[in-house]
Design a protein around this ligand. Structure first.
Ligand code: SF4
Ligand code: SF4
Length: 399
């Protein structure tokens, strides 16, 4: 199978524009095989997995063996990334890495990430603790081509990690509807560090199932197409997609698969030129749709729109004001209450993987008020956020 539109990924081999995340096709070996087969057809050569995803590595190893027995693999072979949670000692880490390779049936990994470099102690573990020894051993033994990290941590921590020069790639939350980490991604790419966007479809706003208002705001394009095109235009190395079934890969196939030809708004009918990864992903009609989307949000939010500048921080009560008001922006501005409610109700329930304090913690001290360049009534908006979103259902999924 030809590799369409590959991009450099740190110091490793080039990867496809989309990466198959393996945290969803976990109902059994057969669904994983079906998804892997669809990924191959969609031109995907990069697979991301982790021991923390339950049976994912075992199922993936079986699926890789099945396709190999059929003589099926991408041109140049699969690129595989797995991850290790920080905190283990050297011997335990060695054992875990060997177990990963055994489950996958591979002699080596292309990429090994520190899974969730979310706190300073995780960075210390990876750069001066047992993790540093573990990562050096893994590359020295030829078991891993390059090491990197995924992070849900603060921008300051991510910047610190990137500045250590220890990591060749990173996996970050980079979304059309959450662009705060884009400057970090750009500077990483400029340094030759590969950047993977974590789940633009799901974590980026449940864009595979958009509300009617968002669909209308993005018309004539699907919101997911706009989000993918936006990130590809930014030069992000690869976008992860946690497919549960083959149909979940339709947009990846339409936009970047071997048959992709650009300019599509319907994943079932791709058309136009086959072009390299560095083609222009945003044409005038996409820019127009993005402007229309932004204008619709601004109009609905009016003077209550949070500009995400972060000038209001720090809050003495630890309220993550911009993160909470971003959820309000999405709910009020684009009808994304379901997504915003899911994220809001995970606060305090996902450890260091997400925010730990919600809007109810605001004590109305007023410290933030003079710092907001938009003179937003922050305590009132936080109370409104809590009232709108606190009762929504919640769920938890890795990433
Ligand atoms: S008013 Fe609320 S959000 Fe603002 S600084 Fe005080 S406690 Fe924090
Ligand atoms: S200072 Fe105002 S506009 Fe900026 S992030 Fe805080 S609340 Fe939003």
């Amino acid at each position: 199978m030809p590799l369409a539109n590959g991009r450099p990924f740190g110091s490793g081999r080039r990867v496809s524009l989309f990466t198959l995340g393996t945290m969803r096709a976990l109902a059994g070996p057969a669904p994983m095989l079906a998804v892997l087969r669809a990924a191959l057809t969609a031109g995907i050569n990069h697979l991301e997995t982790a021991p923390a995803y339950g049976p994912a590595e075992t199922f993936l190893g079986q699926a890789l063996a099945s396709l190999s027995a059929e003589g099926l693999e991408p041109a140049g072979g699969w690129r595989i990334t797995s991850k290790l949670l920080p905190g283990c000692d050297l011997e335990s880490g060695r054992h875990q890495l060997r177990a990963i390779l055994s489950r996958l049936g591979r002699p080596r990994l292309d990429s090994l990430a520190v899974h969730g470099l979310n706190r300073p102690e995780h960075l210390n573990w990876a750069t001066s603790g047992p993790g540093a020894e573990l990562l050096a051993w893994a590359t020295g033994e030829g078991l891993v081509d390059q090491v990197g990290f995924s992070s849900h941590g603060s921008n300051a921590l991510i910047a610190q990690a990137l500045a250590t020069d220890r990591f060749r790639f990173c996996s970050l939350h980079l979304h059309l509807f959450d662009q705060t980490r884009l400057p970090l991604a750009r500077s990483a790419l400029a340094e030759g560090i590969g950047v993977l966007a974590i789940s633009p479809a799901d974590k980026g706003g449940r864009l595979y199932d958009p509300p009617a208002q968002l669909l209308a705001d993005c018309a004539p394009f699907h919101p997911l197409e706009l989000a993918y095109r936006f990130l590809l235009d930014q030069g992000i190395s690869t976008l992860s997609l946690g497919a549960e079934q083959p149909g979940d890969l339709a947009w990846a196939a339409a936009l970047a698969g071997p048959a992709a030809t650009g300019g599509v708004s319907d994943p079932s009918s791709p058309a136009i030129p086959d072009s390299p990864a560095e083609r222009a992903w945003l044409h005038p009609e996409h820019h127009q749709a993005l402007a229309q989307l932004a204008a619709a949000g601004r109009e609905r939010l009016g003077p209550e729109r949070c500009g995400q500048c972060r000038a209001c921080l720090p809050c003495p009560s630890g309220v993550p004001i911009p993160a909470l008001l971003r959820l309000r922006n999405l709910a009020v501005g684009h009808g994304m209450e379901v997504f915003a409610g899911e994220r809001y109700n995970l606060i305090g329930r996902a450890g260091h993987w997400w925010e730990e304090v919600n809007a109810d913690a605001c004590r109305r001290c007023g410290d933030c008020l003079p710092r907001c360049p938009h003179q937003l009534p922050i305590p009132d908006l936080l109370a409104d956020t809590h009232r709108r979103l606190a009762a929504a259902p919640r769920r938890r999924l890795w990433g």
